[in-house]
Design a protein around this ligand. Structure first.
Ligand SMILES: Cc1cc2nc3c(=O)[nH]c(=O)nc-3n(C[C@H](O)[C@H](O)[C@H](O)COP(=O)(O)O)c2cc1C
Length: 335
């Protein structure tokens, strides 16, 4: 293990992937950290107050290190009234089927990065990881001054090199089978996880954390064998007792089907189980507008047990996910 990771004192070379949107509860994060891995709070959609509260809730259960994950700040694209009308029209039948008012784009489409970031720095987690892009030098030096390790997300060797040159302490490389959003900025980069790991380990000097489709101890062994320092697993924990995965989401994972890459829910490419929304929404707004536009539908769908309107994020290996306490899932993943 690299010096950076020795500093974390992990006893298991596994990171619980950050899972924004309710799956990655403080209880799940704490359970993984307490068992010797690195739990990650998926804080991208949390308010600064919620970030503080989640961090405190993790600390109430464990004094082990954990990570907090944000989406790097990106310019918010302008959308025309016609685009909004088109996206709303596609979602209208789903709203009607749930008795929801007609879809409307809210004024507030995402949390303010600066205040989220300030809450993370004040919380002082061991690690701040980020996806979707790069942090500016001022943010990276703020993390360094606070003694918080900075971990970027790459989906290609090119992105890994850029992040290393920016000064990150480690880089997550995400293969194409990963569940959830594509974590880099080249949304069409879909590499095999082991091959990408090997290539990234050769290309950068910082520790490489491999992610994407890692469902068994043999999968974890394969990426460590390819030179990864740690393995990051998300889908393997979707059915964990402590996860916030809704009942409809859990049921959909158990029923199965094919995973697809879709922009229908958020405007950014993400992998999940195919359903009515991924099949029928063809003109989504760009991120973060579509994400804000579909939020009421996803919330109502979860409450009503309607997996056909939920973003059922899942990696290609989802059929191997098992329902169990997080600590036993972690033990099963440990090589
Ligand atoms: C439900 C879900 C939510 C996710 N949310 C985030 C997130 O907020 N931030 C992030 O960097 N990655 C997120 N990811 C991607 C993970 O970091 C990771 O790349 C992925 O889970 C690895 O592939 P696997 O799901 O096959 O294990 C999410 C993945 C899932 C399944």
């Amino acid at each position: 293990m690299g010096a950076v990771l020795e500093r974390l004192g992990l006893t298991v070379p596994i990171v619980l992937a950050p899972m924004a949107g309710g799956v990655g509860t403080p209880a799940l994060v704490a359970a993984v950290s307490q068992a010797g891995g690195l739990g990650s709070i998926g804080a991208a959609y949390l308010t600064p107050e919620q970030i503080t509260a989640h961090g405190q809730a993790v600390r109430a259960h464990t004094d082990r290190p954990f990570a907090v994950n944000l989406f790097a700040p990106l310019p918010v694209p302008t959308v025309s009234a016609d685009q909004v009308a088109g996206a709303c029209a596609e979602l209208a039948p789903f709203h009607a089927s749930l008795g929801l008012p007609a879809p409307a784009l809210p004024e507030h489409v995402q949390e303010d990065f600066e205040t989220q970031f300030a809450a993370v720095v004040a919380l002082q987690p061991a690690v701040c990881s980020f996806a979707f892009g790069r942090l500016v030098p001022a943010h990276l030096s703020q993390l360094r001054r606070a003694g918080i390790l900075a971990v970027g997300t790459a989906t290609s060797v090119t992105e890994a090199r850029v992040l290393e040159a920016d000064g990150v302490d480690a880089v997550v490389v995400q293969g194409g089978g990963a569940g959830g959003h594509r974590g880099g900025w080249q949304e069409d980069a879909l590499a095999d996880t082991v091959a990408l790991t090997r290539a990234a380990v050769n290309a950068v000097r910082v520790p490489v954390i491999a992610a994407g489709g890692l469902m068994t101890a043999a999968d974890v062994r394969a990426v460590l064998g390819a030179g990864a320092t740690l393995a990051q697993c998300g889908t393997a924990f979707l059915l964990a007792d402590e996860a916030g995965t809704s009942a409809a989401y859990r049921a959909a994972l158990t029923v199965g089907g094919e995973t697809v890459l879709t922009t229908a829910f958020s405007g950014r490419t993400a992998r999940g189980l195919a359903n009515a929304v991924s099949r029928e929404v063809h003109t989504p707004l760009p991120y973060p507008h579509q994400n804000a536009l579909t939020r009421p539908l996803r919330a109502a769908g979860a409450a009503a047990g309607r997996a056909d309107v939920l973003s059922v994020w899942a990696g290609t290996g989802y059929a191997q996910a098992t329902a169990a306490p997080a600590a036993s899932i972690l033990a099963r993943l440990t090589p």
